[in-house]
Design a protein. Structure first.
Lengths: 388, 388, 388, 388
């Protein structure tokens, strides 16, 4: 098809030309005397993305989701007990990963479309008087339902319960897009991947560790090899990596950090909020409803939209893909067929998103859903206008 | 600014990633034994773009407008008389080029927004009983006003006048976008550049010559050097070029030809028509009028839109550029400040154009023009929907 | 510095322009209906690189060395006993990885510069009458010393011992460069990374599994998450991946497979042999000796060269890097300071290698080692000439 | 073929990755308010490359050789008389271009392999007591024979003859590689292209004009259109170009200027001298002779080498190209078959050139010329070593 494809899934996100250029480089010797300056430029700037001033950040050649394992195996001993709310596919997979590694996970089930409930977390921790629970697994932004949790509130709940469990946060679809306050929220481990807010291809897993979490690494008895932070820390301290780093992606990450920090993380978050506001106005104008059950938990990085009864959301997605050259996210697991998702994170602006909404409108009408063409776009433009 | 810039001027047009990749190559020896196969693949396929089966096509490292000179100096002797309708900035510049080269040009003035008038051309040629007029200079698609002329009708007028003048056609903003019938219309010289329908950066001028035009080259007494076709033809016949060719652009042209011919020139023209229909529906929905004075001459490669009295079109363009990251074409010369232009040629699709229309809507409203946000996009989507 | 950097370490290897172009692509939806055709084109061709006709090949976003873990945790139960010769840094790290994961490894120490000894392996296996040993860990090509083992001979030794242990082979610096006969040698797990013979940036780990090895996956009790092949196999069967794949690298891998298979794996191996022969002739002409203790075990993908007593090999490497813009591999661990290494694998040809040898010659002389400038290059050219 | 092609013709020269990246950009509106800052960054830095502080520099989408025409038609009236030494193919073509444009050229024939003779130029000008001669056409570096003329000496000769003719210098294979002193030598027009010292693909012609030359533009009566500097100057003054500029090449030129000026033009010239010294040492070691008849006129940007009687230089070139993947320049016109040429200008370093010399050595031996393999490389390395 002629013209530009619209990649509007919630990751991978469109890679800006500038980052493509940065990655289009010849390789170099990752053991050379010139290499550490480059490695340090990345490692020293990663924390700024999440307002982290203490602890360390790590980069692995791996998908973001592998960082679930990296966070766990370095801080939680074999067979330990963990606590986790489940309210979507990614919170489910985080739990599944922990169980596959042999941990016991107490699950707090929430309806899909809801967020983690701090009160229930508080109660569960308070009930654990023996402090068996080693960690709370929290997905900050549930990519399956377009729901953002209140991490500060979860931390406050943990404080109220006076519980020493670590706070392990999945920030895959929030970090580098939404406001993320690593220090303020006293997060212990935060994880993400390169293909969302960092605007890169997938292939890099990023792990943020607090000083508390780092203190566990040395003594942690979990058998581990690739994800072991001991060798990583020793190498990073010299400006190197323990195995051959994924250089092309690191070249991109170096430039992505420059782009993000030049824009300013507050501006990045504000831009995502502004774009999301337009999308939500469009959904309302169409007369549809969001998967997120309450406006205050609706995500600024993606919107999951419920199709009317009798329509299969996959039909909308297929029409959009095949006729209008736009990729939308499908509903996963529990909401398969009921939901489609529009990603609006990463290197995104109003006009691209207007084009995407236009594509959604045509696909909705083609799929037999009664909406007025232009209504959603018009409602979004009301939000996106910038009168002087 | 984050996100993708919308380049909606009528050239240069967005370069597809595929062509960018094709141009990102190391250089090679343009005198090697391997080179002719490459050169011939380009030269042999260029004619298919304009449905040319006789004559030859040439490529120069030069802008498209330099081909005005290339066409003239190879076919028209010094000081000769020419005939040219003027109905916009590019027909004006074609005339100016001819005059700068010492030719005498009889100008048929038409209002800007109108097309060339075959009847007036016929009359002028009929009056030239001595057959002094050596060529008719015709801009197929006037990029300044968004007007397309009827080349077939002009050729028919020339036939009725039984006049032997050559027909020299500027196809800069039509060739490779709009239907162009070199053989059927018996065009003698047609010119274009790489940065419009060919979807490449500017830097290549393309010249199509009929057998009649080619027959003039050898005997033409116009002093000339760079644009002389004698050396070009001799070199091309061996698969080479007389001077170092602009290789990166040729790599792009080779791939652009594959893209265009794979899509099929009829499909390319149909796509441009479909996209233009949507843009015109948007203009109507906004309550604005086109610069083109009649629907049947409205161009399918760009639309020039007249702003209401009291508004400077440059304000709309500035707002669009600075607030919404979209480049629109400005009004030139006579229509400066009165008109802005939306290019919809080249590697373009409905969603990109929907985004562009959204940007125009916000800029119009910001500039104080009363339109309903979403109205133009909605009207366009009505045209662009593809119900199964 | 002006001009092209010479990257002559044994990986990452120079990425050919063609692969850089292939990776310079916009992302796409890895869950789309169009994706499986792409994924299958890769997965179905990977086996041809190692002449594998049974079993399966897998790709992970990970470094090659992480595949040590992937191979082990899917096939060997916790705490099991393994057997491994150690004769260089990478055989050491393979062992270390196994131990970190809780396995017990019987190590057969060999001098660095020697290869694995099939007779000792046979003896060790024969002594294990209880068949406690679950696997033999073998580095095919020891990148630290430039030594290639005879995998067929090791397999024959295992056969003679009638031992059922799996044969797990590290082919990081051999696969896609040297002849690798997965089926013929009855290898069970073979691993490699993208940054050597595949000519790509690091970031993809590749794992080949025999039917025997695959049969172990389901029942293997090793706790594992990211590297678990159960989810990978289920997804691959549908043309997908369980987590977001490293798309840019996969685009490169797809094209690298085309390059390799078009050249033909036998031709690839022959080219590496021919280039290595020239390098070895140069070493001889310089009057230096190789780290590999016997000619028949000298590697065709890299050459490790011992510097004379009294000279620190790191000086040679530093001079080469800083004055002549060439990166050489340093000696690791036991041979640090005694050895420098020239990589000649991947997208390599005689003239590039001649330039590299020229750089080595200048660095050697600058470091005070008495050699005749041009002597090594001349000796290599004798090998590389192709008289018709 | 695997591995990197060696492009060792005297232009196009290898494009560094950094410039390829710079050119791999999306297009932009060349009439936007943001454009002039970019255009001015180029136009204001071009003069520094030739140490020009007065007059102006211009860039055309055109090959370098088209600048012959651009220089002439803006400064010399129709039919005027010119003086030009001819000592190679490019001085011949410069003369031919002038004649094609209707000028009368007095030719001073010199043997190929010799440089322009200042004494003969002085004599010819002194004899022109009527000052009919309007310009002296001088090729600074004759790319066909590898000979560099002494421009300062030619200027001194003109001064001694007290002749007002303009000095028009072809610097195609010298500017941005060899020392070029526009002001000091009082050059009036200097021309070059993008594909030599500027390290870019061909497609940009560059023209430097002195104040004296610029003063002629307005009144020059030569009919001209595309190459007319009046419109160019008017547009440049505003930061624009009269026709659509070749943006991708300009993006490259902007970056090339940064590379060159960061290295420093004196360092660039010194590097080219150093590399050339090595090549000449190799030629001597092979026992061959250069086309340049005297060492003091041997070019630092390329070396033309005479093959022994009985051998066709084209055989050497063919073998080099087909067996060793290196492109060498062939002998042109008078020296066809007698000479092959090695380009060593642009983004070049010692190791690349060592590889190239190695390729030449194998091709020479294969062609039956008796040289010792390694002898030329060794001799060059003697020159290129950088003992601390």
């Amino acid at each position: 098809m002629a013209g530009r494809h619209f990649l509007q899934i919630p990751g991978p996100t469109p890679v800006p030309d500038r980052l493509q250029r940065a990655m289009h480089r010849q390789m170099e010797d990752h053991r050379s005397s010139a290499f550490p300056a480059f490695a340090r430029r990345i490692l020293s700037r990663l924390p700024q993305v999440v307002h982290q001033t203490k602890g360390e950040a790590f980069v692995f050649p791996a998908p973001g989701s592998a960082m679930w394992e990296a966070a766990l195996v370095n801080t939680v001993n074999p067979g330990a007990r963990l606590l986790a709310p489940r309210f979507g596919q990614f919170s489910h997979l985080f739990i599944q990963t922990a169980r596959n590694l042999g941990y016991r996970v107490d699950v707090l089930e929430e309806p899909w479309g809801e967020a983690a409930d701090p009160a229930r977390i508080e109660a569960a921790l308070a009930a654990d008087t023996a402090h068996e629970i080693q960690g709370v697994l929290l997905v900050h932004n549930e990519t399956a339902t377009g729901v953002t949790c209140d991490v500060a509130a979860v931390r406050a709940a943990m404080d109220r319960a006076k519980h020493p469990a670590l706070l392990l946060v999945d920030g895959v679809s929030s970090i580098a897009s939404l406001d993320f306050r690593f220090d303020d929220w006293r997060v212990d481990c935060a994880i993400t991947g390169s293909q969302k807010g960092f605007m890169l291809p997938a292939g890099l897993g990023i792990l943020y560790m607090s000083e508390t979490a780092l203190a566990r690494v040395e003594g942690c008895t979990m058998p581990r090899a690739y994800f072991d932070l001991k060798a990583m820390r020793a190498n990073n301290a010299q400006g190197y990596f323990p195995s051959t780093p994924a250089l092309s992606l690191l070249y991109g990450l170096d430039e992505a950090l420059t782009m993000l920090l030049d824009e300013g993380m507050d501006n990045v978050a504000a831009r995502h909020k502004r774009l999301a506001t337009g999308v939500r106005a469009a959904v309302k104008a169409w007369g549809l409803r969001e998967c997120a059950k309450r406006p205050e938990i609706a995500s600024n990085s993606l919107t999951a939209i419920v199709v009317p009864e009798g329509v299969d959301a996959r039909t909308v997605i297929d029409i959009a893909f095949n006729r209008y050259d736009i990729a939308l996210g499908s509903g996963l697991s529990e909401v398969a067929g009921k939901v489609f998702r529009i990603g609006h994170l990463g290197d995104m602006n109003a006009l691209t998103l207007a084009g995407a909404l236009a594509g959604v409108e045509m696909a909705l009408v083609d799929a037999g859903i009664q909406i007025t063409l232009g209504s959603g776009v018009g409602a979004a433009l009301q939000q996106w206008r910038m009168p002087s």
